[in-house]
Design a protein around this ligand. Structure first.
Ligand SMILES: Cc1cc2nc3c(=O)[nH]c(=O)nc-3n(C[C@H](O)[C@H](O)[C@H](O)COP(=O)(O)OP(=O)(O)OC[C@H]3O[C@@H](n4cnc5c(N)ncnc54)[C@H](O)[C@@H]3O)c2cc1C
Length: 416
């Protein structure tokens, strides 16, 4: 078997009951793949390997219900004991994969053991990006344990404590919202001119800029944090301009890094994630899915190599890979990336794969609730909504297939 380049539409050989699929990463994509394979009537063995000690759980509620103190962190489970038994999957939890031998599809684990399969699916997700800060009491939020630790720390603070959140992106905004709901003083420190400007572009980030204040959150833009140091009974956030800010608690939300280091010597192509083809296949018998996968996406503007850290894409990947491996046939419907974020008392939703330098037109709504159409070369590339869930759902067809901006305005699905 050759390694080192994506399989480029290799014909799949359908799984048989003598096959053994090893799924590495017991998160959303990994668990959904297990379920998908069984739904596709795969009767062979499945082993699910997970670095964390917990059975598969869901992450979106961690920054929402769990941080707000409404759910316990262990209420976000995806797979009950009955689900695991029904799926007839062997769980290897609390042990990380350390290496993959592609030629014999064998996964080596941190405890010295190995699992030899016929197929390996890499679903190891991403981890929170860290900053080189000297205080040890700085939180990040990616795992259930992170959320439990942070929620307990928020519980322990006196009312109206200052909490600094470094990074005003989606995670930072959701953390700040939860902090404010708990009656603490959330201060978001954003390095850019505005939060989300590098994701959604100048217009839409400007439309979103008033949201933190409405939710009682302080937003400070153009803030470059160089350190967080321990004070007497608080922490001090130090900026590049020499000033500092006192806070009882500091949370860092500055993006994520793909968990592909364990594949460094595997021969797979690693380039901001595991590079795979449109069927999520890296080389025959080895695939990657979910947040860690950099996949060929047939979008409305043609083929793009993308890595998407969204819940719905992880689900869709799992269903597609299960179908491809089980039947050798691709799923016929197009994959449309979808993302939502609940922040500052409202909901942002994104369909498609808009870029920050795309053209943007507000096609419906007002300053409080709107729908924005993104386009590139005259073709719709994405739709972004603030508190307009119905209009967003109705607009899905515009990004499922190439649609000109003129055609989008003629159809105006958001006005239905
Ligand atoms: C706090 C939070 C809030 C979110 N909110 C939203 C939201 O509102 N909307 C939205 O669309 N998306 C949201 N997301 C993103 C969404 O949760 C992810 O897209 C989704 O979890 C991706 O699934 P995954 O299986 O690819 O990765 P994960 O869910 O991260 O699962 C990967 C698993 O692999 C394990 N692993 C890593 N390395 C190894 C190894 N070497 N060996 C074995 N196991 C390993 C990890 O421990 C992890 O359990 C949120 C994410 C977070 C963290």
């Amino acid at each position: 078997m050759t390694t080192g380049s994506p399989a480029a539409d290799e014909p799949a050989v359908s799984l048989t009951s003598s096959d053994h699929v090893v799924v590495v990463g017991a998160g959303l994509a990994g668990w959904r793949l297990v379920q998908g394979l069984r739904r596709e009537h795969f009767e062979g063995a499945i082993t699910l390997v997970g670095a964390e000690p917990h059975p598969p759980y869901d992450r979106p509620p961690l920054s929402k219900q769990v941080l707000r103190g409404r759910w316990a962190s262990d209420a976000t489970g995806l797979a009950s004991e009955e689900d695991v038994a029904r799926a007839q999957v062997t769980l290897r939890l609390g042990v990380a994969a350390t290496d993959l031998d592609v030629a014999d599809t064998t996964v080596h684990l941190a405890d010295g053991s190995a699992v030899a399969g016929t197929h390996v699916a890499v679903a190891t997700g991403v981890r929170a990006r860290r900053l080189a800060l000297t205080s040890r009491e700085v939180h990040t939020l990616r795992t259930r344990d992170d959320a439990a630790r942070l929620a307990a720390r928020l519980d322990s603070l006196p009312p109206a404590s200052e909490v600094a959140i470094i990074g005003g992106g989606f995670i930072g905004a959701e953390v700040a919202s939860a902090v404010a709901v708990r009656g603490h003083l959330a201060i978001v420190l954003e390095a850019a001119a505005r939060p989300l400007i590098a994701v959604l572009g100048p217009e839409v980030s400007a439309w979103l800029e008033p949201l933190p204040a409405r939710a009682g959150v302080t937003l400070l833009n153009d803030q470059h944090v160089v350190d967080v140091v321990d004070g007497d009974d608080d922490l001090r956030v130090v900026f590049d301009h020499g000033g500092d800010l006192a806070a009882r608690l500091v949370v860092v939300g500055v993006g994520a890094v793909p968990n592909d280091d364990w594949l460094a010597t595997s021969g797979l192509v690693l380039d901001n994630g595991v590079v795979v083809d449109r069927h999520l296949v890296a080389v025959p018998g080895v695939a990657a899915l979910g947040d860690v996968a950099r996949f060929t996406w047939d979008g409305p503007l043609g083929e793009e190599l993308v890595r998407v850290e969204h819940w719905q894409v992880a689900n869709d990947h799992a269903a597609r890979l299960a179908h491809w491996w089980a039947t050798g046939e691709p799923v016929a419907t197009p994959l449309v990336p979808y993302f939502w974020s609940d922040q500052y008392g409202t909901k942002i939703q994104v369909l498609g794969h808009p870029r920050p330098d795309d053209e943007v037109t507000r096609v419906a709504g007002d300053d409080q609730r709107w729908l924005a159409l993104y386009s590139r070369e005259g073709v719709v590339s994405g739709v972004v909504a603030l508190a307009q869930p119905r209009a967003l759902t109705l607009s899905r067809g515009l990004v499922e297939r190439p649609t000109s901006v003129a055609e989008a305005h003629r159809l105006a699905p958001w006005a239905r």
